[in-house]
Design a binder for this molecule. Sequence first.
Ligand code: ADP
Ligand code: MG
Length: 484
Amino acid sequence: MTYIQGETGDWEMVIGLEVHAQVTSKAKLFSGAATAFGAEPNSHVSFVDAAFPGMLPVINGVCVEQAVRTGLGLKAQINPVSVFDRKNYFYADLPAGYQISQYLQPIVGKGEIVLDLPDGSSRTVGITRLHLEMDAGKSMHDQHPSKTYVDLNRSGVALMEIVSEPDMRTAEEAGAYVRKLRTILRYLGTCDGNMEEGSLRCDCNVSVRRPGQPFGTRCEIKNVNSVRFVQQAIEYEARRQIEVIEEGGTIRQETRLWDTAKGVTRSMRSKEEAHDYRYFPDPDLLPLVLDPDWIESIRTTLPELPDDKKQRFITDYKLSLYDAGVLVAEQARADFFEAVAKGRDAKLASNWVNGDFFGALNKAGKDIQDSPVSAEALGGLIDLISDNTISGRIAKEVFEEMFATGQPAAGIVEAKGLRQVTDTGAIETAIAAVMAKNADKVAEYRSGKDKLFGFFVGQVMKQTGGKANPALVNEILRAKLAAG
Ligand code: ADP
Ligand code: MG
């Protein structure tokens, strides 16, 4: 267990997350208006989204299917009957005066997510529910000195609110949860997971307690929009609560905001000021009744999900838990690896994909799709290592050239004369030259200073421009040095 040390002893965090994930769909939840990001303000607004009198919402079947798909991907209970409710509140960016959401009867019930923790261990976190709801519009405060503008493009866009059980105990686990959830949503194709564009937002519920004691009072930090901020906000909030309690105070249940600039959470409203939403079933919408056969037909279209893929990579390719975990975190990365590994040494393929390949992509700020080196080209490089045409060390140099120029490995090796020297005669000549130049060191070695062996290997490699086959160098050098 990871406890936080306070002035008066150990404390434990309790964390539950509510994630808002924008459903991937062309049209909104209850209208045919487009959902595209970045459009001119108020250019994707139907009469329904603007809440003109008498307009009626019509449920978008694609959004329902996406919610079911997500529920199945979270191994969750799909509820055959669910109900849309009105959540009533007044705000300028909410023209109807209510948001359509699901309250007592959500479309998806209990499920689970397996977290992959940095130490290689895993931990299961319960999903309480997933419900569908519409997004509100956006108030724009920075367009005019004295006025606020309202953009209704987001009004009516479908969101899935995914609520976890209070099962997490560290900020790190909360970060792993958001990352894993995002990975699963992306595999399923139900949310693009883009936190910068607001497609995925996280409300963090945090409380602290003495180890073994009942849960404490929680505070909720609203709308945190990156994994790093989720962890920082939770860490800060838990320490704040511990300090309050240790100084004799009590925690009031409240909603707080994460101030990214100052790195602190600030009170937004207390429970007493909280809205009374007066939920009631929306009379414009019938209960949502799902056909069990339809649910099963969606199940058959689910992709292989990250946990299963990871297990398969470990079993079939004999990869370590860590390597497999890194590869499956992104579907494109896993696919790339499989294309490289096909018919080749999988461990070598995984080392190259996770090592030099991703290192170079990160450095260049590129995605796999824009990589100048294709899976086929990287495979070609690995083939040259496997058949001893080049050494692993030279391969790194070749790879850099491939990445910079987009040329295939074989061409670079020929053009630059990088073929590995496996000609024993040439290696013997190089060794003889090195030994002649370092007669004093040879004598030292022969009188028992074994450690000098590495020095000789280095010199011979230098003499051959790094091209000598290392295994041959070792073998011949050992024999020549011994024969005194
Ligand atoms: P509400 O309906 O007020 O939003 P919920 O019971 O739905 O409350 O809980 C909201 C979130 O708060 C859930 O993710 C849940 O896991 C989490 N949560 C509940 N109790 C606690 C607690 N004592 N400490 C931390 N998180 C909690
Ligand atoms: Mg809630």
